[in-house]
Write a protein that binds this ligand. Structure first.
Ligand code: MUC
Ligand code: MG
Length: 372
């Protein structure tokens, strides 16, 4: 008799950030992880994680809605089902529940972790096999203060932690943002690549002005300058400028990726397991991007170690990440809830080894930070 899913527990875990993290729509002092513990009848436990940014500031799911919707609607669709049938279970979630991509990603991660543990295989093996065991990781400078960001960048370079930096802009007037970014790029010079993420804050006309100045300042990549729904505007910007555009909020899954490519977009796509409803959906978007000649970038929704590890297992199966990755989430948090942290170094991170995610919980830390 094959193993069946017996129980699914969800926990909200609040972890403080090492410094305020300022984005165009919110400033984070804490990150909330929704941790999933899925237990199967053979005694195997699968771990999953879902996060967003700033409650409802980033998208329509909040940590509380992720937990609530798993508990009330999604978990009951899985309990009692055969635990190994990951693709069938994932299709079942989509058939009976719309949206809720982050909640579904957390569950898919837990299903894959359990299946990997059952078979004694790392999650990447279940997704086609790892082609890399060390992935490049950039750092996001988002303290809100130019001098502090420059200090932080030099520290990270000297530690050989990161040599690519993403700056969060869009909260201030465009001229102030451009001054801030240009000062950081001028301080770093050729030692580092500097990119920006506007998180949808600009109108198209502001974007034309801002991007022209950022391109002149030597910025290498412009992430989501306009609203996620402005596909035509993003395509026009991609055609207008030499500096490439990175579509993030505009592309959640393979269908979005196909529509944007068909509309004439060129540049890069940010893959995120959270946007695509799990690692498998994110890899489907990667296939579409590759078919369309669009570059790949391993994106984060600032997950902790479990969600970051799940993403790494997926990105490790890809031929090339033209723009690297931003899988630094755990480094933004003051503490962790896992026994062994991920190994960061040499401007990247090691793919965790061991069955499933290759990650074990620290039960004391989990109990300490879990919301009551
Ligand atoms: C985003 O929009 O890219 C990724 C890094 C970071 O600082 O915020 C996220 C979200
Ligand atoms: Mg982004």
């Amino acid at each position: 008799m094959s193993s069946v899913i017996e129980s699914i527990e969800t926990l909200l875990v609040d972890l403080p950030t090492i410094r305020p993290h300022k984005l165009s729509m919110t400033t984070m002092a804490c990150q909330t992880l929704v941790i999933v513990r899925l237990r199967d009848s053979d005694g195997v436990e699968g771990l999953g994680e879902g996060t967003t940014i700033g409650g409802l500031a980033y998208g329509p799911e909040s940590p509380e809605s992720i937990k609530r919707n798993i508990d009330s609607y999604l978990a009951p669709l899985l309990i009692g089902q055969s635990a190994s049938a990951v693709a069938t279970l994932r299709a079942r979630l989509d058939r009976h529940a719309r949206g809720n991509a982050i909640a579904k990603s957390a569950l898919e991660t837990a299903l894959l972790d359990a299946q990997g543990k059952r078979l004694g295989l790392p999650m990447a093996e279940l997704l086609g096999g790892a082609r890399h065991d060390h992935l490049p990781v950039l750092w996001t400078l988002a303290s809100g203060d130019t001098a502090r960001d420059i200090d932080e960048a030099f520290q990270r370079l000297e530690q050989r932690r990161h040599c690519d930096f993403k700056l969060k802009i869009g909260a201030n007037a465009v001229d102030d943002d451009v001054r801030h970014v240009a000062a950081i790029k001028a301080a770093l010079g050729e030692r580092a690549s500097v990119r920006v993420d506007v998180n949808q804050a600009w109108s198209e006309s502001t974007a034309v002005r801002g991007i022209a100045a950022l391109q002149a300042a030597g910025i290498e990549l412009i992430e989501q300058p306009v609203s996620a729904r402005e596909h035509a505007g993003l395509v026009r910007l991609a055609k207008r400028f030499e500096v490439p555009m990175l579509a993030d909020e505009a592309v959640a899954d393979a269908r979005d990726g196909f529509a944007l490519a068909a509309a004439g977009f060129s540049g890069a796509y940010a893959l995120k397991i959270a946007k695509a409803g799990g690692p498998r959906g994110a890899l489907a978007l990667a296939e579409v991007a590759q078919a369309a000649g669009i570059g790949l970038y391993g994106g984060t929704l600032l997950e902790g170690t479990i969600g970051t590890a799940a993403s790494l297992h997926a990105w490790a199966t890809l031929p090339e990440l033209a723009w690297g990755s931003e899988m630094f989430g755990p480094l933004l948090l003051k503490d962790d809830i896992v026994a062994e942290p991920l190994a960061y170094g040499e401007f990247g991170v090691e793919l965790p080894k061991g069955p499933g995610l290759g990650i074990a919980l620290d039960e004391d830390k989990l109990a300490h930070y879990a919301r009551r």
